[in-house]
Structures are given as C-alpha cells and as structure tokens.
Design a protein around this ligand. Structure first.
Ligand code: WT7
Length: 648
C-alpha cells in the first residue's frame, strides 16, 4: 500500500465526495438509473428557461441528443443568474504580462458581455447560429467575446493565437465564419507581439464569408485598418447598452466549435452542445476541483484550447467562482512567476500541464519555497501523462505534501474531465488518472468489447453516451462516425474510442499509456503527424517525409521528421533545408509544430503496398531495438541504413 497518497482530510470542508464509499454510491445511482441520475443533476444545476422532458435520445446514434427539448442560455447560466447573490464578487481576476491587475466582478462582466453582444448584433449583424472566429490573446475580452456569442446564440470558434495565418484561414473557411474578432496584439515577456497582421494575411485568400473584423486594441501598436471591414472594439463598445436579452437556446444548439488534430492533415471542428456541455463543466468544477464560494481558481491554459474553454471560462463561471486569467508566460520575469501569483491571489486550485511543471521544476526546483503557497488545496494536471519525478516535485515542493493532485484525463471531444481522482476521496498513485468520474463509463477494452486483462494495454473507450460529449465534426458527420465510433464495439454497438491506450492495474486504477494513432502530444498540444508532414511536403526539394514523436525531457514528445530529398547536394544544403522546412512549418501551422530533429534519409521503410511503417521509425527515433518484422518491407535494408544515419 506504500505507493498510495491519501487526501489530507483537514484540507477539505464539505467536499462533494469525502470518501470512496460516497463515490461508489453515486456510481451506483448511475448504474441503477443512468438517465434518471443525469436528469436529476441537470435539473438541479441548470437554470432552465424551459425545462426538458426528454433525457437522452439515441435514435440517431452516435449522434446523441441530451435534454433536447429544454431551453437555456449558457451566458445566463455563467453570469446573469449569479447577479442575485454574487454581483460584487470577482468573476475574473486578470494579470497582465507586466503585472498589471484587473478585477472584473460578476456585475461588470454582465455589462461587458451584454455590450459586446449588442455590438455583435448592431454593428456586425450577427444572428443565432452564425459562426464567429476568435483569434485572441489571453485577455479578459477573450472570455467576454466568447460569452457574448453564447448570449446571442452565435457559435464561436476560438483559434489559438499561436497558429499561423494559413492555419487560421483553414479554420475560418471550414466554419464559414461571418466575423473575426482579434486584437492588435498583446504582451509577452515584456514585449508587444502582434496578432492582427496574421488575420490580415489569413483573409487575403478564400475567406469570402467574413464580412467584418472586430479589433480589440490591447498593445496599441500600429496596425493596418481595412476600410469597411475592420472596426475598433474599444470605440464601438462605448455606445452600446449594457443590457442584452439572453437568447433562448435549445439544449442541443451548438455552443462552440474547437478545431483539433486527427490522423489526417485536416483538423476537425469538434462541435459541442449548450446544455450537456455546461452541465459537465460546472459539475466537474464542483467534483474534481471542489470549488467553493471563497476560492480563487487558476487554470494556466490558453483560451485557445479546450482546457481554457472549460476551466478558465465556462466551468468556473457556471459554478459562480473566481477565475484567474494570465496574459504572460510562467517563466517571465523568472521561474517564480506562478508561485508569486499563487501567493498574491491566495490561489486555492492551480491547474496546469506536465510540460509546465517539468519546465518550472528544471528552472527553479526550490523557487516555490520562497513563496507562501499555503492557500493551495488542489493541484491539477492535464494534457499528457505526467512522469513520476515531475509528479513528486509538484506534490512535495509545490503542494508541501498537503495538496491533492488531480491528474485529469480528458480530451477536446469529451468537453470536460473523464477520468480523475476526487480530491478529498481518492487515494492517489503518482502519475495515474485513477477512476472514471461518476456518470462516465470509461472502460479499457479490446476492439470487440471484451475487457482487457489487468496489467495489459487496451483501448480507452467511453461505452455510454454522456452529456458533454462531442456532437459531430462540423461539416463532416461521416468523419465523426469513422473517427470515434469506427474502431470499438460493445455487444455489436459502436462505442466512443478516445484514440488513447490505457491499462487497469490490480487495484482497478486506470493509467493512460498514450495515443494509439498518428497523433503526438507536444507540450500538451495535440498535433497530427499528417499535418506536420503536409507542411514539410510543400518544400520543393522534399520527395517524401514521415513524422513521428520522440520522448522529450520538457515537452513530453518532440517532433522527429525523416525527410527524403529529391536531390542530395551535401550537408551545407541540408542545414539550409532544415531552416526552410521550419519556416514552412511556421507558415503552415505555427511555431508549436517546429521540428526538434530532422534526419535526411535515402528512403522510408515502406510495405510493398506503399504504407510507411511509422512504428519502425518511432523505434529508431527512440533508439529502441526494432521488434517488428522487417522482412515484409519493400526494401528491408533501408532500416539499417536509416539507423546508421541516426547513430552517426
Ligand atoms: C489528449 C487530448 C484535455 C485537455 C488538454 C488536451 C492526452 C490529456 C491526459 C492525462 C495522459 C492525457 C490524451 C488525450 N491527455 N490528459 N491526464 N494523462 N494523457 O486536450 O488537445 O484534446 O488532447 O491528451 O492523449 O487523448 P486535447
């Protein structure tokens, strides 16, 4: 039993789950009456404009519908309903890169969101169902704009600010967005950086659907203003009324799209619903983060990712909590920045990615000790498997061995946490996501639905529909079915496959072992190898390319590209080509996809039917012995040739 860490009971007051028995009791409720238990929670947690009478509709599975005849508004759920008893409570605490602070109360947030919503209607003619692309830095307006969309029923699609013009353009076109909301730029590490020029570049080709661009002036650097297209948010907001009616939305109306990587070159527009999504965002705040009225919650993610959507904006606000938003980076001005902020704001829950933990550990192992971190109760991690040394440092040094660590496993598609410890109940094992949350039927199975034996790797599946699940892939329902419901079946019925492998141990604990597809995880960012390959292939001198992940100390996985050139003119050129390839990647995707290693090889290991054997390339990149049968390759000698190049 020595590898269990037990929650410190004295750290918690009235937690939702204070023991595993309480956890099992709720699991039992779901077992006895799955739909009824969900319905009870949905009735208790959501302020419905019109109550639902239907719970789950499976007629068009896997296009499931939850609470389909209910009506609500997610912005109302997150803001307006709190005005009764929390109007002067801090909703958002913002800290700028330079340390500037701004507190926005629920009342102020209500006004700003309404003004913005009115602006969208009056100035930009945005209507229910229109798509709005948000390309923004980490400033409160990002949340305000998202909520303004929700208020009037527009569907937002936030594109991470690190994506390139090409990547932004693809997402604008796929969603046929009517409006793009951006900022001139913002600040990072003490310097201004720009976003608006990227939007200008993106809109040059093929974005006919875009009528207007709304620009928030944040860093006040010079930008180009396109006449009759670009408008200043800061100007327009001045004349807008601070009251706007919350549109009555159907439970199943899409709340947002969020593009994520799959195994092909084209990103998928993951579509989320209104009621199911917000219900789970709020519930997991209460269950996993034990959010209490006086808490200050800080999730360090970017709003451009699902973690930012669910645990900076929607979850905390639906729960009526105080959420911290930070413009800067954890290492500026030094590796103590986060700990200084924890001390200053008396943060109670701190939620970040393993990559940040590893970096902060490496840069300042003793840094946390310089600050008073005693307000912390829960430390969260998300996005990739956390390694035991990083876990231990987080637990012992940051948490002073008092805090519960919640290793939360989930995905863009799941909307919120799927597998996670309950902080006051679950005995935790380092680097283990532990158990499925109540209501979530997470199983490690074989493709035919049989349970994978204890201690062996199987497929991580969710075998029952749940309210916050992805509804479809925007514009591509067939791909939705194929991507998620094509691989695994239980009793002949397709079930949701996450794309991850997992293992259940002798205590029933679930550990995630990583992706089973061609998706890699770089610093907690999900990246399709096919996307990176497509970018590299655009280089004139590249004949073929295969990209794989390779373990990386800080990033978790790094990007390793095997490149076959059309003509090989010696090493000087190769260095030049690496530079050009990385420029290509920056243009096509963004700096997050830059290669850590590029190896020039004479050919790729291919089967006789032409399929590239990425598994062999992964083993070579990791310096692992090759266990696969290579005799079936078109040219078996290529493996030794590639190994010789990598080892030279
Ligand atoms: C993929 C989803 C969910 C928000 C951030 C990433 C990996 C996520 C964990 C964890 C091990 C994890 C999985 C998953 N992942 N959380 N706690 N332990 N792996 O969202 O970009 O949709 O990526 O991240 O591989 O499939 P995403």
């Amino acid at each position: 039993m020595s590898n269990f860490y037990y929650p410190k009971k004295e750290m918690f007051k009235d937690p939702q789950f204070s023991s595993m028995d309480e956890y099992r009791a709720v699991v039992e409720d779901f077992n006895e009456d799955y739909e009824g238990t969900w319905a009870q929670l949905a009735n208790a947690k959501i302020d419905w404009f019109k109550p639902f009478t239907k719970i789950l509709n499976e007629d068009e599975a896997p296009f499931y519908k939850w609470f389909e005849d209910g009506e609500l508004n997610v912005a109302y759920q997150c803001i307006d309903r709190h005005l009764k008893d929390k109007k002067n409570k801090a909703a958002i605490i913002f800290e700028g890169d330079n340390g500037d602070q701004e507190v926005i109360t629920y009342r102020e947030l209500a006004y700003k969101v309404s003004q913005t919503a009115n602006m969208f209607k009056d100035n930009f003619n945005i209507k229910k169902g229109d798509r709005v692309v948000i390309y923004m830095p980490m400033i409160p307006q990002a949340a305000i704009v998202m909520l303004a969309c929700a208020k009037i029923g527009a569907i937002h699609s936030v594109v991470f600010g690190g994506f390139s013009a090409e990547a932004l353009r693809d997402r604008i076109i796929d969603a046929s967005a009517k409006l793009v909301v951006t900022a001139d730029g913002a600040f990072r590490k003490g310097k201004p950086y720009m976003l608006k020029p990227v939007v200008d570049e993106a809109l040059k080709v093929g974005c006919e659907s875009v009528q207007k661009v709304c620009v928030i002036e944040r860093n006040n650097e010079d930008i180009h203003w396109e006449p009759n297209r670009d408008y200043s948010y800061n100007e327009l907001i001045k004349s807008q009324s601070s009251f706007c009616k919350s549109e009555h939305m159907n439970a199943e109306d899409p709340l947002f799209l969020l593009y994520t990587s799959g195994s092909t070159g084209k990103p998928k527009g993951v579509q989320h619903s209104s009621a199911g999504y917000i219900l789970w965002a709020q519930l997991t705040m209460e269950w996993v983060f034990d959010i209490k009225d006086n808490d200050t919650f800080w999730c360090t993610a970017d709003v451009g990712w699902i973690t930012g959507h669910t645990y900076i904006v929607y979850g905390p606000l639906a729960a009526g909590a105080t959420t911290v938003m930070f413009e800067g980076v954890p290492t500026f001005p030094d590796a103590g920045r986060c700990w200084k902020m924890v001390e200053e704001y008396r943060i109670n829950q701190f939620y970040t990615a393993p990559t940040a933990i590893r970096l902060l550990h490496k840069m300042g192992a003793n840094e946390p000790k310089k600050y008073d971190l005693s307000s912390l109760r829960i430390l969260g991690t998300v996005g990739e498997p956390i390694d035991p040394p990083a876990w231990k440092w987080y637990y012992e040094v940051v948490g002073n061995s008092n805090c519960s660590i919640v290793d939360t496993y989930w995905q863009t598609e799941t909307g919120g946490h799927m597998i996670s410890p309950l902080p006051a109940a679950t005995p935790i094992k380092p680097a283990c996501a532990t158990f499925a949350l109540p209501g979530i039927e997470a199983k490690v199975i074989e493709t035919d639905g049989t349970l994978t034996p204890t201690g062996e790797k199987g497929f991580m599946c969710i075998t029952k529909p749940w309210p916050s699940m992805i509804r479809t892939i925007w514009n591509d329902p067939e791909r939705f079915k194929k991507s998620y419901f094509g691989d695994c079946k239980v009793n002949g019925k397709p079930v949701y496959f996450t794309g991850d492998g997992a293992m259940v141990d002798e205590d029933g604990y679930i550990t995630i072992t990583g992706r089973t597809d061609d998706v890699i995880n770089v610093s907690g960012h999900r990246m399709g190898t096919a996307e990176v390959e497509a970018a590299i292939k655009k280089h004139d001198n590249v004949a073929a390319v295969a990209v794989v992940g390779k373990p990386h100390d800080i990033k978790g996985e790094g990007i390793f590209a095997y490149v076959v050139l059309k003509s090989d003119d010696g090493i000087a050129d190769e260095l030049e080509i690496i530079k050009e390839i990385n420029t290509m990647i920056k243009t096509e995707i963004g700096a997050i996809a830059l290669c850590d290693d590029v190896a020039f090889v004479p050919d790729l290991p291919k089967t006789r039917s032409g399929k590239i054997m990425r598994r062999i390339l992964r083993s070579i990149a990791k310096n692992e012995p090759i266990t696969q049968d290579i005799s079936t390759l078109e040219d078996p000698t290529i493996v030794a040739k590639i190994e010789a190049i990598i080892n030279s």
